[in-house]
Design a protein around this ligand. Sequence first.
Ligand code: S3P
Length: 430
Amino acid sequence: MAVFHFKGKRLKGELRVPSDKSVSHRSIMLSSINRGEVVVRNFLPSEDCLNTLKAFVELGAPIEKREKEIVIKGRGKRSLKEPFDVLNLGNSGTSIRLISGILSGQPFYSVLTGDKYLRRRPMDRIAIPLRMMGAEIYGREEGKYPPLTVIGKDELKGIKYKSPKASAQVKSAILLAGLYTSEEVKITEPAKSRDHTERMLRAFGVEVIEEGLTVKLGKKRELNADLEISVPADISSAAFFMVGALITPGSEVLLKEVILNPTRTGILRVMERMGAEFEVLNRRESSGEEVGDILVRYTPELRATVIEGEEIPTLIDEIPVIALLATQAEGETVIKDAAELRVKESDRIKSTVENLKNIGAQAEELPDGMVIRGKTPLKGGKVSSFGDHRIAMTFTVASLITENPVEIDDTACISTSYPGFFDDIKELLK
Ligand code: S3P
């Protein structure tokens, strides 16, 4: 249990939040099936990403951890070895789903599992297309839940897949398995999800073609590169300080080197509609991703907005903290088309709304989202993180403006994505 009460303080100063989780995972995965030398700088050493790293060590990838960088001298996409034990991916959905894609093209037996939260998350979304490509995938309840067994094949079949969800994890698992066939590999999504896999595959020399909401692999499917990858800061982690600064009188925070890939910046578009005071400075490119610095100021007059449709995948992980922001905006904020939130690290519709109500906000669940009415003074009180890092961080930030303390049952989960979160918040509190 942890008790927070930062009322009366403000957030002031500069911060480079930890590196992007999605890009960190992919840097290890793709380097491990590459033929060539990759140096990864600013890798995120959080539990989720370390679980990916550990899995590839167990799969025989030549990964060397140095003090400031990770060096991977990959021996090609057919160089992985059958693991001696079960691969435990902890809390990480990205790890288990993307690695299943790679393992579908390995002619050996692997078992993948995770913590009690991951073992309740749906895996049929990847098992179905990967089976269509020729992999054998088993799991609890007919492949729906981990532990998963993957028996891969040397050569897979092509696929033309119309994904029912806008999910980068599903898209990535198929693209990664698609490296192990020369047949057509084509995925169409209902809305564009994050495209880090596509960008990084291209940097490694793979031909990836985008046509609207369809992504295809071209003829070149070998990863053959000597590369330096520098991972930018994670906008999903920066979001906690952006919202913290917007709602706390007297705040001004400069968040440095934040990833600004348009498939990730939905929160900035929402902030704009809400009338938030912020600027994006120093836009530049780094390792195939756009980055920039975000300057955010306290904004006393925020307005409600509607968040729906194609915008949802571009801010999916930020919705809990956007909901907190909405409690301080005038009017009714409606978030819909976000049923995916129910199968994240926790049921984030339930965990966000229940906790917001517990601290005095006016919030209501929808089957596929939520409604928040503002502007409401927040009282504080007891909340649960439901073992979910982003819920724990959202309600720590809430304590900047609550009348009374916020008591959170468990904050250890924060280390899955942001191990130094409390140090960073303390650093900015003035
Ligand atoms: C991620 C994709 C998203 C996101 C998750 C990370 C990724 O999930 O919520 O935190 O790195 O590919 P879905 O692909 O299930 O939408």
